[in-house]
Design a protein around this ligand. Sequence first.
Ligand code: AKG
Ligand code: FE2
Length: 391
Amino acid sequence: MNSRTLKRISNVRLKARSELKLDEWQQHNYYCDKNLIGCTKDQLERIDARNTTREEFIEKYERPGKPVIIQHLIDDWPAFDKWTIEKLGKKYRNQRFKVGEDDDGKSVKLKMKYFLDYALNNRDDSPLYLFESSFGEHQKKKRLIDDYDVPEYFSEDLFHLVGEHRRPPYRWWCIGPQRSGTGIHIDPLGTSAWNGLISGHKRWCIFPPSTPRELLKPTSADAPRNKDEGITWFKVIYPRTQHHSWPKEYSCIEAIQHPGEVIFVPGGYWHVVLNMDLTVAVTQNFCSSVNFPNVWTRVIRSRPKMSKKFLERLKRRRPDLARLTEKIDINGDTGPRSDTSSSSSSSSSADSSPDSADESDTESKVTAIHERPFDQGDESFVKKQRVTPLS
Ligand SMILES: O=C(O)CCC(=O)C(=O)O
Ligand SMILES: [Fe+2]
C-alpha cells in the first residue's frame, strides 16, 4: 500500500471499528488461511433466464420463497464493461464512497483511489467493505445507475409509491476485497433481495427463516470484538453446521456466486457472505405484491409514519393491496424479523428519511449489517436498536 493510502486507511480503520486497535486488524492471520476462500461447495439451484419467464420465476421461486441463482439475467448490463477496477479507479478516482460507520452512525468515507489500493494490497482479517447506498443522490456517483437495470423479475417496487426521499434505502453498490463480507442477518422490513455479481466470487450460506438465531449468531465469547464479521461466521459457526448434530431442518444452503450470476434471497431468510476475491456487485431490496403482507406487518411496527403514507398511496394506486392490509393481522407471527442485532447506530445522514421519528430509521440494510458490533446488555440493545419493538 502506498504510504498516503496507509495514512488514510489508518484513520478510517479507527473510525469504522473503534473497538479494534490498529495492530488488531490482522491478529488472526486469516490472510494466510486459504481454506476459507478455497471452498467450492455449491448446492444452490440454477435457472437460466433465457428460458424462464417472469411469471415462471414468480410462481416457482418468489411465491414459494425459494432461494435460487439466475444465470444470463444481466448479460446485457453495461456494468460488465464499465465496472472494471481500472475504469472505476479512473472515473471515480477522487469520489468518496462509504466504507463504514463511526460510533455516532455517521458514514465513514474514502476516496476510490485509496480504497482500491487498499482492496488489492491489504492483509486484514476482515477488510473494509465499500458499501454505498446513496449513489443515486450524488451528482457524479449517480452515473452508476446508467450501468445496470433492475431485472424484469424484480421490477415490481411498491416502496417507490412513497417517494424517493421517504422510502427506506434500497440499493447498494459494493466493492468487496478478498475476505471482506457480510455477517449473518435477515434483510430489513421483510424485503427480498437480488444481488448481481459483476466480477469476483461470493461464498453464501443461507438458512430458512425458522432457524433459531442462537444457533446462527456468533457471540462475543466466540469472537471477542469480531462477532459480526462475515469471515468470523465462516470460522466459528460454519463448522457446526457441517456436524452431524446440526438439525436437518436448518440445513445450510451453500453457494458460490460467479460473475454474471444473480442470487435471489427471499424475505426472512438468514444469509452470510464472504468475498472470495475482489468482487464488484450491486444489490437491491424490494417489496412486491408477493412479499407485501410480510413487509406490511413490519412497516407498521417499525416505520409507523411511513406506513400511513404508504397506505395512502396504495389506496390510489393499488387499491387491491390497500384492501388487503385490512385483513393482515399485524400482531400475528409472520416469522422472524429482520435481524439488526449487529447494529449500533442510526443510518447515515444520506440514508435517513424524513420519518426520523419512526421507530426504526435504524432498520436500513446498511446499518443492519455493515458496522461495528454492539456489545452491551439487552436493555440498551433494545433501546438503542429500536428495531425490534415486539421482540
Ligand atoms: O456482501 C454481500 O454481498 C451481501 C450483502 C447482503 O446480504 C445485504 O446487503 O443485505
Ligand atoms: Fe442481506
